[in-house]
Design a protein around this ligand. Structure first.
Ligand code: 9MR
Length: 375
């Protein structure tokens, strides 16, 4: 339902926050009729080292992504030598908890070892060599988990914000069809798996349009693209909700699943107004004045964060017909990558559970939003 008095609704929700019975509530169950609720997991979380965190994972999330451990440099650090240890544990945990799995990620410009793009003399390798390595890698990884890992982020972050191609070793060595080949190899390795393209800042029209063109081009080649991942590395007041909505609508019209793949909302000031997003090459020097919440999240900021999450989820619920999943990028504020990006060594508070594994106002806001929505 649409509550007619937004301010009153806000007040009611905030009041109700403190009373949400976390122990009996499951965020994933609550939202199950709208979309999956996912989470990215690190090795300690995958291996259940902290029983309290393990309970949160099992209770509140029904889709898991390994944050790093299926990326190329971790799974195939040197040619033909695979380390499956954490990835196998990830799959085992997901199966134990009956969670939908997202394999992340088969082709990305980051966290891919240099050897992939070099010949035996250290010079740039030929298209044939790099394509063959890509094929073998995808066959090995997707093949190992065939019929178990239900979906893959096949290609990550191939475009710049202005919609031009990102200049990467993949594109330089293989050429413009590198994405098509990755989808082809993934589909061949597991014809039943859902295959996604995944990128950040997709609310920006030029980037969104580039992805629309890409999906249509892949389809024209007869390749399956089942979903587009809209990463959500956001901040308070960012991104513009109307632009984000326009992208959800435009991408949704492609008849693909929309996945909100990597959601976090930083509460910290961004060191450069022009460069929000998730460009991992950004690295600013630590400045104390840009690290204001070392001792904890002040109540007003916690409320602002809860508001930001509520607004996003209102939008997601409005478009639940096309949105298949919303994945939080990290379980707790202790494990978030945002403590170290775009500036290392800060204390951020961007997700739903705090450093003691306790639910934050943002968590309660999402619970209450859905309860109101269903009334
Ligand atoms: O959260 C990931 C962090 O642990 C890694 O150090 C980082 C390395 O590049 O990648 C982070 O996850 C990225 C994801 O795989 C792809 N989209 C952007 C995410 C944030 O950089």
């Amino acid at each position: 339902m649409k509550f007619p008095y937004p301010l009153l609704a806000s007040a009611l929700l905030v009041t109700a926050c403190a009373q949400t019975p976390t122990d009996q509530t499951s965020l994933a169950d609550l939202y199950a009729d709208s979309f999956k609720i996912g989470v990215a997991l690190n090795p300690a979380e995958i291996r259940g080292e902290d029983p309290a965190a393990a309970r949160l994972i099992e209770r509140h999330f029904n889709s898991y992504t390994a944050e790093d451990d299926m990326k190329w440099e971790l799974i195939e650090p040197t040619e033909g030598n695979f380390d499956w240890s954490v990835a196998d544990d990830f799959v085992a945990l997901s199966e134990r908890n009956d969670a939908f799995m997202v394999g992340h990620t088969l082709l990305w410009h980051s966290q891919t070892p240099d050897w992939v793009f070099e010949d035996s003399d250290g010079n740039p390798a030929s298209r044939e060599i790099v394509l063959a390595r890509l094929k073998r890698h995808i066959e090995a990884v997707v093949g190992r988990y065939k019929g178990r890992v239900q979906s893959w982020d096949v290609v990550n972050e191939a475009f710049e914000d202005d919609g031009t191609w990102r200049d990467t070793p993949w594109r330089r060595t293989i050429g413009p069809d590198f994405i098509a080949r990755a989808f082809e190899f993934a589909h061949a390795a597991d014809p039943e798996a859902e295959l996604y393209y995944n990128d950040y800042n997709l609310f920006k029209a030029p980037k969104r349009n580039a992805v629309i063109k890409l999906v249509k081009a892949l389809r024209a080649e007869g390749l399956p693209v089942h979903g587009v991942g809209i990463q959500g590395h956001y901040g308070i007041g960012y991104p513009p909700m109307d632009e984000l909505e326009a992208s959800i609508v435009a991408l949704g019209k492609l008849d693909v699943k929309i996945l909100v793949t990597e959601l976090d909302i930083s509460v910290l000031p961004f060191p450069s107004s022009a460069q929000q997003g998730a460009d991992i090459s950004l690295n600013f020097e630590l400045r104390a004045e840009l690290n204001p919440y070392v001792d904890g999240l002040p109540q007003d900021v916690s409320a602002a964060l809860a508001d930001a999450y509520r607004s996003l989820f209102e939008l997601y619920l409005k478009h639940a017909d096309v949105i298949d999943r919303v994945t939080l990028w990290n379980l707790t504020d202790a494990s978030t990558w945002r403590n170290n990006w775009p500036m290392p060594g800060r204390t951020d508070h961007p997700v739903l559970f705090d450093r003691q594994n306790e639910p934050k106002d943002a968590f309660h806001a999402l619970v209450n939003l859905k309860i109101f929505h269903d009334r």
